[in-house]
Design a protein around this ligand. Structure first.
Ligand SMILES: [Zn+2]
Length: 229
């Protein structure tokens, strides 16, 4: 082979090699670009899923908040309804208590049974008397179910004519005295019914200084909202 031929061959090999390297580079670049595209697509999908998850979470949260709001409204309505029922019962009781003579006797017919709830016209009272564990006498009318118990001062605080907690109202000595007088009268109601009783106990409590003191007032405070219905 001549020198010239040798040169031509070398050059042509080099060109061929160069072309292959260029192609390889292009292929690698292409592959790299495809890979990058795939990564970008995966990244995008992940972001879309995250976005979707956030939306679902938000929807859940909104749903829970709406549920809770609904429950609160329902609870409020229930409390108001119960309040109205209690108020109605109290009004009905007050009317019945005031209308009742608390006495035995009276005539009951299928057409007129009022004597059963409004009391009769005998001298004897239709009441039971029960001596509580602390010695207090509680009196209950068998017709209208009114119960007389020793009045407790904390039940005589008023605001706008309504009984309220002592911290919210003003004490009415007049109403308290009237209740005491009425209770004393009730204890004296003449009746042939024999007073029932229970074991008698004395109650003690401990004051702030740690001394044992009489607990009669504390006992009455604890049972002040009970009755013999
Ligand atoms: Zn009565």
């Amino acid at each position: 082979m001549s020198k010239a031929e040798d040169l031509v061959k070398n050059v042509s090999e080099k060109v061929e090699k160069n072309e292959t390297a260029t192609e390889e580079l292009a292929r690698i670049q292409l592959e790299s670009a495809r890979l990058q595209k795939k990564l970008l697509e995966a990244d995008l999908e992940a972001k879309e899923l995250e976005q979707q998850e956030r939306q679902f979470n938000l929807k859940d949260l909104k749903g829970r908040l709406a549920d809770r709001q609904l429950k609160e409204v329902q609870a409020q309505q229930k409390r108001e309804a119960q309040g109205r029922t209690f108020a109605q019962e109290e009004t009905t009781d007050r009317v019945n208590f005031a209308a009742c003579s608390h006495r035995k006797g009276g005539i009951v017919s299928p057409r007129d049974m009022r004597a059963l709830t409004r009391g009769g016209d005998e001298d004897q009272y239709s009441v039971i008397k029960h001596q509580m564990i602390n010695g207090d006498i509680w009196v209950r009318c068998l017709r209208c179910r009114k119960t007389w118990t020793p009045p407790v001062k904390s039940n005589f605080y008023f605001r706008d004519g309504k009984v309220v907690a002592p911290k919210d109202g003003v004490f009415s000595q007049e109403k308290f005295d009237a209740a005491v007088a009425e209770y004393k009268r009730a204890v004296q109601f003449p009746t042939r019914n024999v007073m029932s009783g229970s074991v008698q106990c004395r109650f003690f409590t401990v004051n702030e200084a740690g001394q044992e003191i009489d607990g009669a007032a504390q006992y009455r405070e604890n049972v002040k909202d009970s009755n013999l219905r």
